[in-house]
Design a protein around this ligand. Structure first.
Ligand SMILES: *Cc1c(COP(=O)(O)O)cnc(C)c1O
Length: 359
C-alpha cells in the first residue's frame, strides 16, 4: 500500500469556487492567480480546469513558461513584471502580459526594442507601500504608456490592498478612494480586488478581479472559514498511520521530549512531517482526523512523522489521517501555528502526491 502523503485536489470544488466568485462580481473579468504552484494545488492541472478565466496571474516568468510549455494559450500576467529588460524578448515571444510597478521599469520598457507590442498593467501604490508607482508619478507615466505604440490598449491600471482581510479597517476605503480619484477619466481597465476584496469590498471589483486563495476554497478573511463565504476547500491533505504503540504515564515523546504522557495512553505515528509541508511548529493539541475523529498531535513534528494521542480509540496501521481539508479547516490549523492558510498550502512539498478527484 502507498503510504505517501496525498494532497487530494477536488476539481469540482475548484469549479464551484470559480463560479461562486464570478457570481459575486458578475461585471468583472477573472484573472485567476496561479503563482506558487497554484498555492500548492498544481500549476498546470489547475490552469487546465479554469477555462472560464479571462487570464492567469503568476509571479515569475518560469511559472508562465511552464504554463505555455503545457499548452496554455490564455493571457498570462506577470504580477511583478520583468525583473530585468533582458527578459523582454522572451515575454514578447511567449505572449505574456506585464505589470509595470515603478518608473525605471516603465523607462526600460519604453526604451526597449520589441518584436511586438505588449499588454501592460500599470500598478499604483495606493497605500500598501510594497510595489507600485507613486501617486505623484501616475499621470506622467500613464500618458507615456498611453502614447507608446509598444503598449497594447486597453491599458490596465491596478493597485493592491494591504488590509482587505479586515472589514473594519479604514485603510481599504482610503486606498480605494485614492485609486478611484487618480484613475478618474482614464481610458483604461481597472483591477483592485484580491480574494478579500472580492468577498468583502464589492466597490473594489472593477473590470478585473484577481482572486487567489478564494479559488482554492479558503477564507482570506481574519478568523474566516470557507463555509461563511460559500466556498469549498479544494485540497485535502492526508496521510496514514504507520505504527500504533503504547506509552506509560510519564513517558516523554519525540525530539526534545516536549510532551510527557499525563497517563497511560496509545499513540499513532502518522507518516507525514515537516518534510512534506506539515508545520513543525504545530503545538501539542493541534487536531488531525483519524477515521473521521479529531485527535491531538503530541510531541514535536519531525521530518517524516508526527505523533497523535489516540487514547483508547481503535486505530490501526493503515488508517487514514486527515491533516486539513474539507473536514478540518486549514484556517484552524493556520491559527494554531500562527500563520495564514496561504503559507501552509504553498509549503506542501514535492514529496506529497497531488491526486485530482471529482465529487
Ligand atoms: C497573490 C496576488 C493576488 C491574489 O491574492 P489572494 O489574496 O490570494 O486572492 C492578487 N493580486 C496580486 C498582485 C497578487 O500578487
Amino acid at each position: 500500500m502507498n503510504r505517501r502523503p496525498i494532497a487530494q485536489i477536488n476539481v469540482d470544488a475548484l469549479q464551484h469556487n470559480f463560479n461562486h466568485i464570478r457570481s459575486l462580481a458578475p461585471q468583472s473579468n477573472v484573472l485567476a492567480v496561479l503563482k506558487a504552484n497554484a498555492y500548492g494545488h498544481g500549476l498546470l492541472a489547475v490552469a487546465e480546469q479554469l477555462n472560464a478565466a479571462g487570464a492567469f496571474g503568476v509571479a515569475r516568468i518560469d511559472e508562465a513558461l511552464m504554463l505555455r510549455a503545457g499548452g496554455i494559450v490564455k493571457p498570462i500576467v506577470l504580477l511583478e513584471g520583468f525583473f530585468h529588460p533582458d527578459e523582454l524578448p522572451q515575454i514578447v515571444a511567449s505572449n505574456l502580459q506585464i505589470v509595470v510597478h515603478d518608473q525605471s521599469q516603465a523607462e526600460a520598457l519604453l526604451a526597449a526594442e520589441l518584436e511586438a507590442p505588449v499588454h501592460v498593467w500599470l500598478k499604483v501604490d495606493s497605500g500598501m507601500h510594497r510595489l507600485g508607482i507613486y501617486p505623484s508619478e501616475f499621470h506622467d507615466i500613464y500618458q507615456q504608456l498611453m502614447a507608446s505604440p509598444k503598449v497594447l490598449k486597453p491599458l490596465r491600471l491596478m493597485t493592491h490592498f494591504a488590509c482587505a482581510d479586515d472589514p473594519k479597517n479604514p485603510a481599504t476605503t482610503a486606498q480605494l478612494a485614492l485609486f478611484t480619484q487618480l484613475t478618474q477619466g482614464c481610458d483604461a481597465e481597472l483591477s483592485i480586488a484580491n480574494s478579500a476584496g472580492v468577498l468583502a469590498w464589492p466597490q473594489s471589483h472593477g473590470d478585473w478581479i484577481r482572486p487567489g486563495l478564494a479559488l482554492y476554497g479558503i477564507s482570506p478573511m481574519l478568523a474566516g472559514r470557507s463555509a461563511q463565504h460559500g466556498l469549498r476547500p479544494v485540497m485535502t491533505f492526508s496521510s496514514s498511520v504507520i505504527a500504533v504503540r503504547q506509552v506509560k504515564k510519564g513517558d516523554a515523546v519525540g525530539y526534545g521530549a516536549t510532551w510527557v504522557a499525563p497517563k497511560d495512553t496509545n499513540l499513532a505515528v502518522v507518516a507525514t512531517g515537516y518534510g512534506d509541508g506539515y508545520p513543525r511548529n504545530a503545538p501539542n493539541g493541534t487536531p488531525v482526523l483519524i477515521n473521521g475523529q479529531r485527535m491531538p498531535v503530541v510531541g514535536r513534528v519531525s521530518m517524516d512523522m508526527t505523533m497523535v494521542d489516540i487514547g483508547q480509540q481503535a486505530v490501526q496501521v493503515g488508517d487514514p489521517v486527515v491533516l486539513w481539508g474539507e473536514t478540518l479547516a486549514v484556517e484552524e490549523i493556520a491559527e494554531l501555528v500562527q500563520t495564514i492558510p496561504y503559507e501552509l498550502l504553498c509549503n506542501i512539498t514535492s514529496r506529497v502526491q497531488l491526486r485530482y478527484v471529482t465529487d
